[in-house]
Design a protein around this ligand. Structure first.
Ligand code: SF4
Length: 361
């Protein structure tokens, strides 16, 4: 198994996407030029990416440009919004009809696709033929929270390739087993993770957290297991990852994972909003990089979820490059290495920060 996860920080999404695609050598991975390539973004609702729900459109267009430059021309964008929402509304809002015309690619609302019924692990589902017949699937999920599954990323993003009937059935079956079963059928060949500003805990957005980070990998299970730790979870906390591991589909053991950083995190210029703003009240940022600050916010959210946030003392948690050489009481990230208590990492992962905070309680 390829255990590389490529990571890049910043806000120039087109540049970042192309760097990731180059690094992972996507042309060699696809192979034959005539392969049918399916790009699967996350357009769960008609919402703007900066609200934390949907894939940034620049990532999709940069991917298409990169593929076309390499002579790959059989490209389809395939997606459907959740039950009750019209995918056309998301296509309109985010400019997908213009993209399809400008780049001469197919655009399929998978709610209107033909479906084939497939059964796996005792779960029957209708999957869009576009996905089942694809030669190479590029999955572009948003890394964000979810009110039932805690996290949604590559594996859960595949749900947009089901009929609405099967989407409803998935909820009836409790989501975790069906998502694991679907992920066993549809294996993304490449995952480009939109970790720019996913929502803290709702897939429909509203509380985005600026992370300014993207990742790429060729293993949807590995990248989901790793992504869980960036949000302050253990991979086993995410029900569908746990089920997939119990079924022997993969092992969420992250010991051999190889994080290939293509650049360094950058200072954030944005201000937290919504729930992130409330959690930021427990922090004292000074020139903090977005990914570093986001890790701290995610860790504080997990503490809040467990009802432990109010047990934190009055001391605010230092984070940011402004703390180099200073001695705050509690710090998050290697810039705070002179703090009395700190968690190392540049940026640190949310699960490590959470562990440190719990020790302080
Ligand atoms: S430890 Fe310092 S340099 Fe590293 S990500 Fe955090 S703020 Fe940025």
């Amino acid at each position: 198994m390829n255990k590389n996860i490529y990571m890049i920080y910043g806000s120039n999404l087109s540049f970042m996407t192309k760097r990731l695609l180059e690094s992972i050598d996507v042309y060699s991975q696809i192979g034959a030029k005539e392969k049918r390539i399916v790009i699967k973004p996350n357009l769960v609702i008609a919402g703007r990416p900066d609200e934390g729900a949907t894939t940034h459109t620049e990532i999709v267009t940069a991917t298409i440009e990169y593929l076309k430059d390499g002579g790959f021309n059989d490209i389809t964008i395939a997606e459907s919004s959740w039950v009750g929402a019209r995918t056309e509304d998301a296509f309109h809002l985010l400019g997908y009809y213009d993209i399809a015309k400008e780049y001469d690619v197919s655009l399929i609302d998978t709610k209107r696709d033909r479906f084939r019924r497939v059964e796996n692990h005792g779960i029957s589902m209708e999957i869009a033929e576009t996905a089942l017949d694809a030669g190479f699937i590029i999955n572009i999920p948003v890394l964000k929270g979810h009110c039932q599954t805690l996290m949604t990323h590559a594996m859960k993003n595949l749900k947009g390739l089901l009929s609405d009937k099967s989407k409803r059935d998935f909820h009836r079956y409790g989501l975790m087993k069906p998502i694991a079963a679907l992920s066993d059928i549809i294996r993304s060949d490449l995952i480009i993770s939109d970790g720019i500003c996913g929502d803290l805990d709702f897939e429909e957005g509203g509380n985005p957290v600026r992370m300014d980070r993207m990742m790429a990998a060729s293993d949807q299970f590995l990248i989901d297991a790793y992504a869980a730790t960036l949000m302050g979870f253990s991979p086993y906390d995410i029900g569908y990852i746990k089920v997939a591991s119990e079924w022997g589909i993969f092992s969420p053991d992250l010991s051999g994972v190889n994080i290939v950083e293509l650049n360094r995190p950058q200072s954030s210029s944005g201000k937290p909003t919504g729930m992130a703003q409330r959690l930021a009240g427990y922090t004292a940022p000074d020139n903090a990089c977005s990914a570093c600050f986001a890790s701290l916010i995610h860790a504080l959210k997990r503490l809040d979820d467990e009802g432990l946030l109010s047990s934190l003392g009055k001391e605010k948690i230092a984070v940011g490059q402004g703390y180099k050489g200073k001695c705050p009481a509690i710090g998050s990230g290697s810039c705070c290495s002179s703090a009395s208590v700190f968690v190392k990492g540049c940026p640190p992962k949310a699960d490590d920060i959470l562990a440190m905070l719990k020790k302080l309680l």
